[in-house]
Design a protein around this ligand. Sequence first.
Ligand code: CDP
Length: 248
Amino acid sequence: MASSESKVPLIINGKRTDGRDMEDLRNLRIEVGVIPEADGSAFIEWGGNKIVCGVYGPRECIPRHGASPYHALIKCRYMMSPFASLEEHSRSGPSRRSTELSKVIREAFENLILADKFPNTQIDVYIDVLQADGGTRTASVAVAAVALANAGIPMKDMVSAVAVGKAGGMLALDLNKIEDNFGQSDMPLAMSHRDRKLLLVQMDGLLTRDEVMRILDMAERGCDKVHEVQAEALKRFYEKGEGETVKW
Ligand code: CDP
């Protein structure tokens, strides 16, 4: 929801509203295996975002007539809880926005998962936003990638994601909610780690061609930092002792 003329001051004394420099990420933490019942799961806390993801599958496709004899169907359901933010004000159930986000997140993973290894099955990716603070679609991609890895689903590559944009006239990495809502532009994107392929790109507001090139470089560096946290979380999970509980 970027606006070209923001009345909200987004840069104060050269710093952003939360004290960050333009290329700083918000605090980021990922925990793996938070839902033992699921085949794979993870929780992400990224700035004020709190998002949990559970992965089930590959499992029997329901309804069976929808199955493909060639590949697994990837099903993705992004949902924001009614208490996730003030805007949600107790609304629950699917919305146009949750349908859109489920679609773009699913498409990112359809380009990564080796679905042809599992014909006639489906892989379910459930994403629940418990608290929202800007950039929930990119945080959802980051946490779902870790949950899929935890479920042992083979993927061509790992994917990381971050939202970049322009706030207070300056290019910025990892927009928070105020910057997303009142900045001039926001561009959420997801990038595969090894191949550097863009698997999700959306954009709101205006950027010049030169700004887009600069912001893509910034996003690439941001995705590398997110990847470090993803890899570290998986490593920590597999190094911990059997039966140790995972704290959210
Ligand atoms: O979350 P993301 O930035 O990917 O999507 P957005 O539609 O650009 O929303 C930006 C932010 O506005 C969200 O992260 C939420 O903090 C807030 N929002 C909300 O709380 N409730 C909505 N229905 C829509 C947006």
